[in-house]
Ligand binder design. Structure first.
Ligand code: AMP
Ligand code: ZN
Ligand code: FE
Ligand code: FE
Length: 290
């Protein structure tokens, strides 16, 4: 069984529609894929209906990647991403928090695009917002910068104009990760810290905070991720064993917004089975039943 539990569609900052993402997952030999767009379940319905054309051996895990803040190693808060799997999306409290996160994303993308447009008048903030599916992100600005010839690639945009140190950078207000773990657990979902040692994204969350979350309902750690070194994978594997956490491996596929292909990193079938067994919100969906 080949299992990839972290992917993004054009509903957030990937480039494949949810339907194309599922087709690609199946065509590339995956048996299980999770759709985990940023702060939205907006791609679930299209993914569900695409199952009609896929075999019963193929499974969809409905998920999301939630924007959070945690304790940073230098004492200041750091942004972290929390994967949420198989949660019931209908609760009004959780729904309102997802909507607030998307409003923060839109406000922040608009503010950064306006900052950039002041120096580069060929950049149109309205056009950038118009290119967004449901959940805006810096990759939407990056694509406009590439299209305008201001940078050569999305990676170059992130390393320059869109970086945290850039004069155009604007913060957003994300969910404290302890509250996010509680929201996900209350909705019957399983929470997993995404790419928690991805150093190129900036400062790291403290391991002490990971330990506290594990004692308060965190379900697992994403260990195998394209942005994790071999040493950090080993460290996270040891930490997961110590804390009795699930260990996941996933590509974090974003279509052509990143160079990583779907299925590049995968999750062990036993870990996947344990994740599904732990979830009580909604079920995994199989092909041919959508
Ligand atoms: P935002 O969510 O607006 O803060 O933008 C961060 C998103 O952009 C995350 O989903 C990352 O996966 C993605 N991202 C971060 N760095 C890069 C990069 N160098 N190239 C492409 N996408 C990136
Ligand atoms: Zn993303
Ligand atoms: Fe992420
Ligand atoms: Fe992601």
């Amino acid at each position: 069984m080949r299992i990839d539990l972290h992917t993004h569609s054009s509903v957030s900052d990937g480039t494949d529609t949810p339907a194309d993402l599922l087709r690609k997952a199946h065509a590339s030999g995956l048996d299980v894929v999770a759709l985990t767009d940023h702060d939205t379940t907006g791609g679930w319905a299209e993914a569900e209906s695409t199952l009609d054309e896929l075999p019963a051996s193929f499974a969809l895990v409905r998920g999301m990647e939630m924007s959070c803040t945690a304790d940073g190693e230098d004492g200041a808060p750091v942004p972290v991403h929390l994967l949420a799997y198989l949660f019931d999306p209908s609760g009004p409290g959780f729904r309102a928090e997802r909507a607030r996160l998307r409003e923060e994303r839109e406000r922040r993308v608009r503010a950064m695009a306006e900052n950039i447009a002041a120096d580069y008048p060929q950049i149109d903030p309205d056009a950038i917002l118009g290119s967004v599916g449901t959940s805006a992100g810096r990759p939407h600005i990056a694509r406009a910068l590439v299209a305008a010839g201001i940078v050569d690639s999305v990676d170059e945009a992130f390393a320059s104009l869109l970086s945290r140190g850039s004069r155009y950078y604007v913060e957003k207000q994300d969910t404290p990760v302890d509250a996010a773990v509680e929201l996900i657990a209350a909705a019957g979902g399983v929470s997993v810290l995404a790419h928690v040692r991805a150093r190129k994204r900036g400062r790291l969350m403290t391991l002490d905070h990971v330990r506290r979350l594990a004692a308060h309902g965190l379900g697992g750690l994403e260990v195998d991720h394209p942005d994790h070194s071999a040493d950090d994978r080993a460290l996270l594997g040891d930490l997961a064993a110590e804390l009795d956490l699930l260990t996941l491996g996933s590509s974090d596929y974003h279509g052509s917004n990143k160079t990583i292909e779907i299925g590049t990193e995968t999750t062990d079938p036993e870990q996947y089975a344990a994740l599904v067994a732990r979830a009580g919100g909604i079920g995994v969906l199989a092909g041919g039943q959508g």
